[in-house]
Write a protein that binds this ligand. Structure first.
Ligand SMILES: CSC[C@H]1O[C@H](OP(=O)(O)O)[C@H](O)[C@@H]1O
Ligand SMILES: Nc1ncnc2[nH]cnc12
Length: 306
């Protein structure tokens, strides 16, 4: 298994000194066919059970680790996902950057179903999830001012353009608790806030990726117009799944196009993702809870000296 290295190979690089690309596949994306050296492996995490085994594979000489967010067969609901275990398991697997591939509803007329949006901001309206690795006994506050990695976004944008996808740069993703879709009043409210797309999963995932010092970016694949649109009265799973199947093929192509472009990095992310904890820990060293510190070995070993 690969592992991230603080010293030997370099901050934010895998044990062989190269990036390891993590993909979290959302609704409709439960595998990535076409990789070589594929193996599904269970990674245990002190934060609980990840959604599924992780799939390790290669694309040429690039190492990829894939996790189906809802599990193969889509068994886990958004509120039941163990986001901490998922991100921790990715980090333990040696992943250095996470690309999230997610189905979303559109809150804008000019983002019709089939559009891909590289979101650059989030509004977190979720309320029933564990949102931090840093709890009692080791408190930390990371910045979420710029919640996605620009460098990762640049690479995804270029890859999408090379493939001729309708891919847009920028947009705010509103994360709702779900699992029910929004009411009409909620949908209108989110539009009035200027949000671009809506989904149920990217928070707290993005926050946890930042705490784990991983680059994170999202490709939001529009499946529907939510319920605000005068010509689309309500969202149904049937309608979402119909669009999702086409989107999922494009998403897999995008992953295969972008991964090699990410593999050349030999330094930590210049946007600071790999050093996010440098000034974040606030609990006095002598007051830190050894049991929590032990659980933080993968996420924060770089700064805790684990
Ligand atoms: C099947 S539509 C609702 C479902 O799809 C999205 O999940 P993901 O981000 O994992 O693709 C949305 O957030 C909901 O969980
Ligand atoms: N309209 C919508 N609201 C929330 N999550 C979604 N995922 C796909 N479409 C969605």
């Amino acid at each position: 298994m690969a592992s991230t290295s603080a010293a030997g190979a370099g901050i934010g690089l895998g044990s062989d000194g190269r990036p390891v690309i993590g993909i979290i596949g959302g609704s409709g994306v439960y595998d990535i066919p076409g990789l070589t050296d594929i193996g599904w492996r269970r990674i245990s995490s002190p934060f609980g059970a990840p959604s599924d085994e992780l799939m390790f594979g290669r694309l040429g000489d690039v190492q990829l680790v894939f996790l189906p967010r809802h599990g193969r067969g889509h068994v886990h609901a958004p509120s039941d996902l163990n986001y901490r275990a998922n991100v921790d398991a990715m980090k333990r697997a040696g992943v250095t950057e996470i690309l999230s591939v997610s189905a979303v509803g559109s809150l804008k007329e000019d983002l019709p179903p089939g559009t891909f949006v590289i979101v650059d901001d989030f509004i977190d309206r979720t309320f029933a999830r564990e949102k931090s690795f840093f709890t009692k006994g080791c408190v930390a506050h990371v910045s979420m001012a710029h919640p996605v990695c620009r460098r990762l976004g640049d690479a995804v944008e270029a890859a999408g353009q090379r493939l001729g996808l309708d891919i847009r740069r920028g947009g705010t993703y509103i994360a709702m608790e779900g699992p029910q879709f929004s009411t009409l009043a909620e949908s209108k409210l989110y539009r009035s806030w200027g949000a671009s797309v809506i989904g149920m999963t990217n928070m707290p995932e993005a926050k946890l990726a930042r705490e784990a010092e991983l680059c994170y970016a999202t490709v939001a694949m529009v499946t529907d117009f939510d319920c605000w649109h005068p010509e689309h009265d309500k969202v149904t799973v049937e309608q979402v799944v119909k669009v999702l199947l086409g989107n999922a093929d494009h998403a897999r192509a995008l992953v295969k196009e972008v991964a090699p472009a990410l593999a050349d990095r030999r330094e930590p992310c210049h946007a600071g993702c790999h050093t996010a904890l440098d000034h974040a820990l606030i609990t006095a060293p002598e007051k830190r809870d050894p049991e929590l510190l032990a659980r933080l070995d993968a996420v924060a070993g770089r700064v805790l000296g684990a």
